[in-house]
Design a protein around this ligand. Structure first.
Ligand code: DAH
Length: 445
């Protein structure tokens, strides 16, 4: 079995269970035209007017750079953007930010959020670095301090986020998130309660949604020492109310939805929670949230305030709400996709006919040491492009005598616009073989 990295809960302490939609994906994307302005050489990377000298951290790929200017969350009829708009209308008294640059410093992406120096989320195999201090943001939380410095007490931040990952129906190296943030005067509980009650909208609790929340504040998911339990309870109540009412409004037309709150851990909140939705037989994580770590507020000069934050992946929500079977469809420029949707409306996706796939296997002996599957997928996608629909490990064994390890991956190729010929895919597969051999010093079989 492949080891799946946990996409938007990567900032959580490791946990074993993670569910994803099963099955091989079968929808493809076309190539796109909204190119970013970028140059990658062996000395530097230049993108949108900024130049970064290469160092030992540089690992951004032309593939992701070419998509930096697509901004799907701002294309009015893209389901990602439709969900963003619906969330922004729901939180209508929050200031929306959607155009912060995805190029951020390690300070913004990690240090500002109190993510420890040795935290696994910082590794090169999980991120796209320009140089040791600069990367493509891995989450919209990277802009929390920027949001706070605007002076707004309630705000939303949406944008494209980047993580090196595997290739399949629910993982793509670029996806989108929306961050929510609200803070209050941290005064006596009576005034706190008044502030919070004044800002609460009516909870339009829906009969179609079964909400399970048995989380209680406890030592394993603690209140911060500097906070009073009463005020944390009030802030947590506002957070939960805000998120639940958003879910009620987004899922108003969805029959029999199950939603649950569970305890979580993030370096930048305490207590922390996650919200999951029961979908096609499995619990799907949709967001992380919590009471903001006070040092983060203090850093923004807000010592006497107390706040909550959440961060949510838009693709998963859109896949559930629009019934979209493959994450790469969001990137499609095929009119049969782009002309299906209307701003402000959640509609079920109508599948259109698919071209046949072409399947090729690649097997090799791996050199001793660590094998990073994300890097392998990255190289395959880099060499072949989005015609790669799925990469799956289908065989693995260790030779009993030589102790050498052999891996066999199955690559499924498919074009969205036309039938592909076997010769054409053979040529691409040859290129993939060359690049894989070159990059990982494997012995092809
Ligand atoms: N940034 C986190 C991630 O991508 C999600 C998150 C968790 C955002 C808790 C938050 C938060 O604002 O409070 O995994």
């Amino acid at each position: 079995m492949l080891r799946h990295s946990v996409s938007w809960v990567r900032f959580v302490q490791p946990k074993s269970c993670y569910t994803r939609p099963t099955g091989v994906c079968n929808i493809r994307v076309s190539s796109y035209s909204t190119a970013s302005d970028y140059t990658v050489t062996d000395k530097f990377v230049k993108v949108n007017g900024r130049t970064f000298e290469r160092d030992e951290w540089t690992n951004v790929t032309p593939n992701v750079l070419s998509k930096m200017n697509r901004k799907l969350h701002l294309q009015p009829t893209n389901p990602i953007s439709i969900i963003r708009q619906l969330i922004e209308s729901h939180f209508n008294n929050y200031k929306p930010f959607h155009s912060f640059s995805p190029i951020v410093s390690t300070q913004q992406n990690f240090d500002d959020l109190l993510i420890p120096k040795d935290h696994p989320s910082r590794t090169k195999s999980d991120n796209y670095y320009f140089d040791k201090n600069t990367l493509l943001r891995a989450h919209t939380s990277a802009h929390q301090l920027q949001g706070l410095s605007s002076g707004e007490k309630k705000f939303l931040i949406s944008g494209d986020v980047y993580r090196r990952d595997e290739i399949d129906a629910s993982h793509y190296p670029i996806f989108h998130q929306i961050e929510g943030f609200a803070y209050f005067d941290n005064t006596d509980p009576v005034s706190m309660r008044a502030q919070i009650e004044a800002g609460m909208n009516n909870d339009t609790r829906a009969n179609n949604i079964d909400l399970l929340d048995d989380t209680v504040i406890k030592p394993s998911n603690p209140i911060q020492g500097c906070h009073s339990p009463e005020n944390v309870q009030l802030v947590a109540a506002d957070l939960k109310h805000s998120i639940n009412s958003m879910i009620y409004s987004l899922f108003a037309d969805e029959p029999d939805l199950k939603v649950r709150w569970i305890d979580a851990y993030f370096p930048f909140t305490s207590p922390s929670w996650e919200v999951e939705i029961f979908y096609k037989g499995a619990w799907l994580e949709v967001l992380g949230c919590g009471v903001v770590q006070q040092p983060l507020m203090n850093k923004s000069g807000l010592d006497n305030k107390i706040g909550w934050a959440f961060g949510m992946g838009l693709e998963r929500l859109a896949m559930v709400l629009f019934d979209i079977p493959d994450i790469r469809l969001f990137w499609s420029e095929d009119k049969r996709f782009t002309e299906q949707f209307t701003p402000g409306k959640i509609q079920k996706f109508k599948p259109f006919s698919k071209y046949p796939p072409c399947i090729k296997d690649i097997s090799f002996w791996v050199p001793k040491g660590e094998w990073h599957e994300n890097n392998f997928c990255e190289v395959v996608r880099g060499a072949a492009g989005d015609i790669v629909e799925n990469v799956q490990l289908i065989d693995e064994f260790t030779h009993p005598k030589t102790d050498k390890r052999s891996l066999c991956y199955r690559i499924l190729y498919r074009s969205m616009d036309r039938n592909v010929t076997n010769e054409e895919i053979n040529a691409i597969q040859e290129k993939v073989r060359d690049v894989v051999q070159d990059e990982f010093k494997v012995e092809l079989r």
